[in-house]
Design a protein around this ligand. Sequence first.
Ligand code: FES
Ligand code: FES
Length: 230
Amino acid sequence: MIEDPPAPTTGETSGDGGHGPGAGVTRRSFIQTAGLSAAAGALQQGTRAASDPPGDAVDDVPIIGPDPVAVTLRVNGKPITTTVEPATTLLDALRIHIGLTGPKEICDRGACGGCSVLADGLLVASCMMLAVDAQDVEITTIEGLADGDRLDPIQEAFIRHDALQCGYCTPGMIIAARALLNTNHKPTLDEIKAGLSGNLCRCAAYPNIFNAVLEASGQAPIADAGGPAS
Ligand code: FES
Ligand code: FES
């Protein structure tokens, strides 16, 4: 909420001629107030824009950008340093800069799960995370899930249950299933559906996907596993 500042002595007044709820708010003071809010937001995120005015509150926060910056990501057990624009998403850093195309860009807005990766073992939509913010976590993509030639049990179960058609959602589905089994070793069918509810399969391979996760967690498949959680 913007508090009314002191009455202006210079500058443009708001369009209502100085009366009504906006009385006393100049366009300049409004922009200054909004700028402070933005600076506070940047401070909470641990970054600030180069154009922010200097001030005690943000002086010790590192400036990132506007030029490309070097980032070191720890991906599938290896540190990789690359240079990205500050606004580059983790997904683009992985796919374009590092060449790992397992995470898929489908919706680019956190709605489909195609870009799923693990960050310290937890599920993350990499299209919704900046690469500069991913430097302190261990990133695992589908390329890093197998242990050498030994596939993750979820990958093996997907093959056995033919849990894919076009395969485009599959890397994200398997990563989401791994994140689920990392925290819940024997999920019920409903828990599997909830755990995978952020991942969409346009081919509707859901029953086989759910059964693959059941089997990977040491449970018997269910004849009619049904569709996704509504
Ligand atoms: S591409 Fe990231 S959630 Fe859809
Ligand atoms: S297998 Fe085609 S989108 Fe899931």
